[in-house]
Design a protein around this ligand. Structure first.
Ligand SMILES: [Zn+2]
Length: 175
């Protein structure tokens, strides 16, 4: 739920037990996370603003894109809001292994998109399987960020060869 990297193996109490012991068994306070995010990154962190509202993006209730943006070429997250800034800090979203993983995922996604596009154009039914694999990739936030690129940004972020493939992908899978 937090890093989009490893499979979830732990149940994290989004509102930590140290902060809200009475929420220990609240269903909507249980979030699937990898053990690194749960035990090394977040732990008991739960920053709140002066108004008492939590300063972490709740992945069960909010669209992270309102608070965070992914810089596809560098693999790093930037923030739109204070909540986004705290979320990056607390979850370590720019830790080196995640940044490298996103760079790799971006490189592979571009290559797979071109492959998917070529197969689509040729009417090859295998295109469907490539699309499925792309949509199930680790670091799926990379594919989401690519799908959400504005047409103006697409040309500066994605290489020339990939642009038509991404535009077609967006017309099929973009919302
Ligand atoms: Zn994680």
């Amino acid at each position: 739920m937090y890093c989009d990297d490893s499979r979830g193996t732990d149940i994290d109490h989004f509102q930590p037990l140290a902060v809200a012991p009475l929420r220990a068994f609240a269903w909507d306070n249980h979030v699937l996370a990898c053990s690194f995010c749960n035990s090394n990154a977040k732990r008991d962190a739960y920053p709140v603003g002066a108004d008492g509202v939590c300063l972490l993006v709740d992945p069960t209730a909010e669209d992270p894109a309102r608070h965070l943006f992914l810089m596809l070429r560098s693999g790093e997250y930037g923030h739109h809001t204070a909540k986004g800034e705290q979320t990056i800090r607390v979850f370590g979203l720019n830790r080196p292994d995640l940044v490298q993983g996103r760079q790799n995922a971006f490189c592979l996604a571009c290559s797979n998109l071109r492959d998917w596009y070529r197969q689509q154009q040729n009417g090859n039914p295998a295109a469907h399987q490539v699309a499925q694999a792309l949509r199930d990739s680790p670091f799926i936030d990379v594919v989401h960020a690519m799908t959400r690129l504005t047409p103006q940004l697409t040309n500066s972020v994605v290489d020339e060869e990939t642009v038509p493939a991404l535009e077609h992908w967006r017309s099929v899978y973009g919302s």
